[in-house]
Design a protein around this ligand. Sequence first.
Ligand code: FEO
Length: 407
Amino acid sequence: MKAESCKIGDGVYWVGTLDWDLRTYHGYTLKGTTYNAYLVFGKDKVALIDNTYPGTSSQMWGRIAHAFSCEKRDIAIDVIIQNHIERDHSGALLEIHKKFPKAPIYCTEIGEKGLLKHYPSLAGAGFIISKTGTTIDLGGRTLENVETPFLHWPDSMETFLAPNGILFSNDAFSQHLCYARRYDHDVPDAFLMEAAAKFYGNLLVYPSKLLVKKLDEFRRLGLAEKITMIAPGHGQIWTDPGRILSAYTGWATGVCENKVTIIYDTMHHSTQMMAHAIAEGLIAGGIDVKMYYLHEDERSEIVKDILTSKGICMGIPTIHDAPFPSIGDIIYYLKGLRFDHTGIKRGAVTFGSMGGKGGAVKIIADELTKAGFDVKEQMECYYVPDENELNQCFEIGRTFAATLLGK
Ligand code: FEO
């Protein structure tokens, strides 16, 4: 299809795909995203960095044709760089290899193994294993690979273009946004940072310690001060890289707002009444509140706010002597994410209503402890909370606020 590229630097073009219609991606809710691919023109060779999701390549090919026409060159891709296996970055690799079979495919060692499992017909393709420091000379312009294992898959790497100061960062620094224009300043600031936080919260919390080390390595290698633009795998391109580097440093080391995220579900509104009373206590104590009702809300949005919260409150009624099952999804997710990897143990309160033996509140407290939270208080209420019990919830919220504020 006809589609235009976006020139982002001297001899560098964005040639990715706008996926306007995507609403969920492995459980992550979104309103569209982009699969960013980039062409880098040297005097002798042209490199394509990453590509697009399976079945979405027609936009990419249109933009590639446009970029080559802007450079007044015949279409010829000489080097393929595959920074990451996952299909949203590699889904057109077979097509590209078919059109340009002589172009070597640069990826990490683990990347080659994973790509061959995803695309067995690539056996015999010209893979070149990249390590940190591997350079690719395009003629007057050299690309350099940096391994970034587990950020966020074992195979991940990034590519730096020194003359332009552009870091092609793949998933790191991404946001799942789909806007018509390509830069950070083309999007309202609050949307941009919220989308970046959501991406971090869902993909990069677990490897936060590795991220801190990698940011240190970038500084040691002298890369950090050379980066003038970060071109990620999804969403807007950062023309102000300091902004997102600073945000990542904060998220990876537990910098939080004076905020608590409340997550609850309810059967007959009793646990809901407790949630609202605890919220009033938190607010009175000087802490902001974000409220999530599991009947309607889902995990990828919730963890975005947990990332920037000093604590959480989790409420669930008891059914069959166990927690009402809707809480299981977010608990399993939190046990995998390990928010304590961000350098702090966030405080927690658990609460809920019961009519028989009860027990759900303690069960979810134990699970949150295993997930790396510091459970400060538990409150279980028999059937419908009365005024006295709602006052207790208020005081739990106010005391929790004081604890989180260090009062
Ligand atoms: Fe790890 Fe954007 O995929």
